[in-house]
Write a protein that binds this ligand. Sequence first.
Ligand SMILES: [Zn+2]
Length: 182
Amino acid sequence: MERKKPLDYYVEYFPGEKWNETKGTMYRHMECKRCGQMSKCSEDTTAVTCSDCVQEIMNNAHGGPEAYGKQSTGRPRGWKWMQVFVDKDGTVFHRGIEQPELKGTLPISTIKDKGNRLSKKEKEKIKQEAGSRLFKLKKQYTGLRWKKDKKVIEKYIKYESRIISGKFPRKFNSNEYYEKKY
Ligand SMILES: [Zn+2]
């Protein structure tokens, strides 16, 4: 009998539990050479690439996840790390792993967070600040004599009013906002 070389990768046997496996039979698994997750393989396999990595390599070959996965799926950033994510067609994922038996049983995940990433609390704080600014600006405005000066203040008033009504500009940056002085 031919002597086998020691393996480079970790191997473990797990009992079959999937629908296409025989209960009570032990199946050989090997760590993925790329990410290390255990993946079923045949008895003579010496190295294995798991299906996740194969998928990722394919995606990269098509222009990277930015160009491929993200835009074609329309899923939000980080959906793979969410405890539960329900795709538009009702497919349920638990931390990025499809749960076919749960398809259509949960409400579709809403994708928020498209514009600014402010929390409700931060928004309230900024709205308060805008309120006190608006008060000052209006006072300033009534004291002005020249139309051109008034125009400038009008612009600020318009901006702060939008903030108060919750209409934050797309590229709103709270640090820049607080630094702004009139
Ligand atoms: Zn892998």
